[in-house]
Design a protein around this ligand. Structure first.
Ligand code: PEP
Ligand code: MG
Length: 594
């Protein structure tokens, strides 16, 4: 038995066996407050400024030397550089030195603590992650001030990186070919470490709370990115077991990538479009490499998040047009801004809302900020001249809302016409179906638009009444709840009756247990993260439509989600025993829930 096993959130699948090396640990040693003689205050300020400047220079160098594999993450380094330049950190610390006559270390720690106090109370995933970035940057400056900088690795052989938190700058300073995996104590599902690990194709765990106590430098560890565990000092049997799993995983990866450019067509000739969800334009390479047949969901709000100002129309139009042109003739669906709730932008700040998930978000937010909305609509319309572009409005709850959104688009197009700018007048318009109200009137909404895209992440949240981010009720997140299945089927049928396309872009689209059921409903298109595409395409290519329809019929006859989960699990495991070894499914809690 391993000496100890710690658990974390798997953000990148796979296995690694190797030596653990810490790049950093939490250093929360007490920083004494020292009073500085007035005459020495300017010198103390200079010391602080120089520490910031040194870290900034390090980061800028790392940014210029970024390895090709991580090039697409340059923007993260930019945002870290922005934190270093932001007066709210360096300026606030300098002010404390001046006003209180204290040492630079104490002033810096106090400035960060105040930022954490001011923003940390907000239950907002995005802000929490940005605060982590601020902490990481201030730790680097602090290490300079304290003279405790640990030069980044000159590692012997390949290792598994352990860290309190790993900055993109740390990562690019490492020789990526030597890294077999990452684990960090900090971080959530959307943290940068996970994004980079997926890009590099290595396993990663974040949020491993006991990491720093349980693992020592040099320990032999097994990183299990499928099960979300780290085995410290494994025994011979465990090593043999994981060596075998690692080998199987590699073979499996090779097999699925081999077929990923083939169409997702069942044995009996039914074809499903498999498109990709992206947050950043830089992910396009991963979309094409993994066999994405288009972009079914571009979450445009992400490029508004890591910045203080708002992007202008020309900047957006250039970016969007590039994306449309690169993907052409493949489709790109631009989802208009889904800001609000957990995604706030610096220019507007967070609203005081008791229930932000049910508050001013997505299309509602855009309607309250018509200039912001129009800028984006014009940019998307301009991109439509360069490729196969569609537009999609999120969180639509009724006819009036979709008509108003369309009217705004027409206004934007009218302005472009007056300005003599080109756009495709026939650009398809779709909506996301994410609210039970939209499900119920799907037949009416279908008359207004060219396609539906079902957003199950939100549809489940709003149908079952569970906050997506609340761990206390996450056991009720059940994609195969009879109410959810009936809702999806109802929407797909309404779309088909009206002769429009039905797509699905929530996480359900990457779950091998759910996809055959969606196929039974004759979904036209699924859209999922690029890395999940090869595996799902392979499952579709081994399926028969007749079997999917039979499974759907059986599932619809069941009365409880527990029964459905067991039935689906048995059926799918029987059919794809080998395929499912390396998938982490959504169907975790089959005995619970309605
Ligand atoms: C969804 O709600 O399912 C969806 C795809 O949108 P997001 O996850 O961005 O809310
Ligand atoms: Mg959504």
């Amino acid at each position: 038995m391993a000496r100890v096993i710690v658990r974390g959130i798997s953000v990148s699948t796979g296995f690694a066996i190797g030596k653990a090396v810490f790049v950093n640990r939490r250093h929360r040693s007490e920083l004494p407050r020292q009073t500085i003689q007035p005459a020495l205050v300017p010198g103390e300020e200079t010391r602080l400024r120089e520490a910031f400047a040194t870290v900034e220079a390090e980061l800028a160098t790392a940014r210029d030397r970024i390895p090709a594999e991580l090039k697409e993450h340059k923007h993260i380094l930019d945002s870290h550089l922005m934190i270093l330049k932001d007066p709210k950190l360096a300026g606030a610390a300098a002010k404390l030195i001046r006003e209180l006559g204290v040492n630079a270390e104490w002033a810096l720690e106090k400035a960060v603590a105040e930022l954490e106090k001011a923003f940390g109370v907000l239950d907002d995933l995005y802000i929490r992650e940005r605060l982590q970035d601020v902490r990481v940057m201030s730790d680097r400056v602090m290490a300079r001030l304290l003279g405790t900088v640990r030069e980044l690795l000159a590692v012997e052989g390949r290792v598994i990186i352990m860290a309190h938190d790993l900055t993109p700058a740390d990562t690019v300073a490492l020789e990526v070919s030597k890294i077999m995996g990452f684990a960090t104590a900090q971080g959530g599902k959307t943290s940068h470490t996970g994004i980079m690990a997926r890009t590099l194709g290595i396993p990663a765990l974040v949020g491993v709370s006991d990491l720093e106590d349980a693992v020592n430098d040099g320990d032999l560890v097994i990183m299990d990115g499928v099960g979300g565990r780290i085995l410290v000092d494994p025994d011979e049997d465990e090593l043999a077991e994981y060596n075998e799993l690692e080998e199987q995983f590699e073979q499996y990866q090779r097999r699925i990538y081999r077929g990923c450019q083939l169409p997702a067509e069942t044995i009996d000739g039914y074809r499903v479009q498999v498109q990709a969800n992206i947050e950043l334009i830089e992910e396009v390479a991963a979309v094409l490499d993994n066999g994405g047949e288009g972009i079914g969901l571009y979450r445009t709000e992400y490029s508004y998040l890591n910045r203080i100002d708002l992007p202008g129309e020309d900047e957006l139009a250039d970016k969007y047009s590039d994306l449309a042109a690169i993907m052409s003739p493949r489709k790109v669906i631009f989802r208009t801004l889904d800001l609000g709730a957990d995604k706030t932008i610096a220019s507007f700040g967070a609203l005081e809302e008791a229930n932000p998930a049910m508050g001013l978000r997505a299309i509602r937010f855009c309607m309250q900020h018509p200039e912001l909305f129009k800028t984006q609509l014009k940019a998307i319309a301009r991109a439509s001249a360069y490729g196969n572009v569609s537009i999609m409005f999120p969180m639509i709850s009724g006819l009036r809302e979709v008509r108003r959104a369309k009217a705004k688009l027409r206004e934007a197009q009218e302005e472009l016409r007056t300005e003599g700018k080109r756009f495709n007048q026939e650009m398809p318009i779709g909506i996301m179906i994410e609210l039970p109200a939209a499900v119920m009137i799907a037949n009416l909404l279908a008359e207004e638009v060219d396609f539906f895209s079902i957003g199950t992440n939100d549809l489940i949240q709003y149908s079952v009444g569970i906050d997506r981010t609340n761990p206390h009720v996450s056991y009720l997140y059940q994609p195969l709840h009879p109410a959810i299945l009936r809702s999806i089927k109802h929407v797909v049928d309404a779309a088909h009756q009206a002769g429009i396309e039905a797509s699905l872009c929530g996480e359900v689209a990457s779950d091998p247990f759910c996809v055959p059921i969606l196929m039974g409903m004759q979904i036209d298109c699924i859209s999922l993260s690029p890395q999940a595409i090869p595996g799902i395409k392979r499952i579709i290519r081994q399926a028969r439509m007749s079997e999917c329809k039979a499974l759907l019929r059986e599932v619809l006859a069941c009365r409880t989600v527990g029964k459905i989960n067991r039935l689906v699990r048995d059926t799918i495991f029987n059919k794809y025993p080998e395929e499912l070894t390396f998938f982490a499914s959504l169907l975790d809690n089959d005995d619970l829930g309605g």
